[in-house]
Design a protein around this ligand. Structure first.
Ligand SMILES: Cc1ncc(COP(=O)(O)O)c(CN[C@@H](CS)C(=O)O)c1O
Length: 388
């Protein structure tokens, strides 16, 4: 087998149909959409179709806003910094509530805001690794929070938070609610109308769209949030010439991913479960997080006595791509925040490896992965000084 890509929570392959849809916008229809001449106006119809697909994909109403930006990191920063700057203008304090398992684009932004004088509450997770309304009510008094931001699905464990209940609880407390839905869109049904959130973040390269484009949902009536000022793009809410090709690509990727949700939750889930069941047959293996409450494509597994980095290297030598936790913390050998928040022992936290499948993963790739993991675990344990 040539190579097997099982790191789709880090980024995904662009769907060939998405690539094909983007191609005309580089050398044929390359006008600036803000130009009044035909080169600019001729791209408007496809941009409108793309926007409609995004609205439909997350269940947004016509009166809501979806701001096209560069990535989820920008979207997360826009919400947290946008609400903060609004409070500054009103000369009012800002109390931000996040969880201890958020992606660094939330966690580190919160750290920076805290250094600027913002009050930040970081909610722990329960024994299942989830943030619950009970935890929110236990740590935050009614009326004290301005914004609650809790991720929908965790990028390392795949665990799905009860965001609808969290949103309702946040609103009952008088707070706005944002969710980082990067690992939910394209994996589980996302409907902002049912959820009731004020803001929601997503990123195209997580659901077979291009890297470098994302979306920020802003519910009608929610305080406007901006990070970049300049031209009148996105109604002045996000300045900068729109990347037409990427916006059109993200719109089609959203449609294809939404259309494939059944496949994700049947065939992809079946492939994931087959891999997970095979891993569980290896002695001294721990699967982190209950399968029933995880996105259908993700496994976080720990092999006792084997360092995650060494395991990944052996896998990579055999052509299999996976990761220890999230890609953005892969250089950091320190057990990352999510695993620390789950109160995993250092041995488990340092050996955790993430496998994340996609709709392009095949039976043969899973067969090869199972066979290879068995050999790698046996080899590494045979030379391990800590495993006996
Ligand atoms: C929940 C969540 N929130 C935000 C981001 C950032 O998305 P960008 O579009 O790249 O800015 C990510 C990307 N997580 C990758 C890279 S760190 C991972 O390996 O887990 C994410 O998973």
């Amino acid at each position: 087998m040539e190579r097997v890509y099982l790191d789709n929570n880090a980024t995904t392959m662009v769907d060939p149909k998405v690539k094909q849809a983007m191609d005309p916008y580089y050398m044929q229809q390359y006008g600036n959409p803000n130009s009044l001449h035909s080169f600019g106006t001729e791209v408007h119809p496809e941009m409108s179709i793309a926007l409609d697909r995004l609205y439909e994909g997350i269940g947004a109403a016509d009166e809501d806003d979806i701001i096209i930006n560069a990535c989820a990191t920008e979207g997360n920063n826009t919400v947290l910094q946008g609400i903060w700057s609004g409070k500054l203008k009103e000369n009012r304090p800002f109390h931000l509530v996040i969880s201890q398992i958020e992606h660094p684009s939330i966690a580190h932004t919160a750290d920076w805001l805290e250094s600027m004088g913002v009050r930040v509450t970081r909610l722990p997770v329960d024994e299942q690794g989830l943030v619950t309304p009970e935890i929110l009510k236990e740590h935050v008094s009614r009326g004290s929070a301005d914004l609650v931001s809790i991720m929908w699905a965790n990028n390392e464990t795949g665990l799905i938070n009860p965001v609808q209940d969290l949103c309702r609880t946040a609103h009952d407390m008088g707070a706005l609610f944002h969710t980082d839905a990067v690992q939910a869109v394209g994996k589980i049904p996302v409907n902002v109308g049912e959820l009731g959130c004020d803001y929601l973040t997503f990123s195209a390269h997580k659901f077979h769209g291009p890297k470098g484009v994302g979306g920020l949902f802003v519910k009608r009536g929610a305080p406007p949030v901006s990070l970049l000022y300049g031209g009148e793009q996105m109604g002045g809410k996000r300045a900068g010439t729109v990347n037409v090709a990427y916006m059109i690509g993200m719109g089609l990727a959203m449609k294809l991913a939404t259309d494939a949700l059944d496949y994700e939750n049947t065939k992809v889930r079946e492939l994931r479960d087959r891999l997970e069941d095979a891993l569980k047959r290896i002695p001294d293996t721990v699967i982190l997080g209950r399968r029933e409450n995880r996105t259908p494509n993700t496994i976080l597994v720990s092999f006792k006595g084997i360092e995650g980095e060494a395991f990944l290297w052996d896998l990579n030598t055999n052509g299999i791509a996976a990761s220890t936790g999230s890609a953005c913390s892969s250089e950091d050998l320190e057990a990352d925040a999510t695993l620390r928040a789950m109160k995993l022992g250092a041995d488990l936290a340092h050996t955790a490896v993430r496998f994340s499948l996609s709709r392009f993963t095949t039976d043969e790739e899973i067969d090869y992965t199972i066979e290879t993991i068995r050999k790698v675990v046996q080899r590494l344990r045979s030379i391990s000084s800590t495993y006996s």
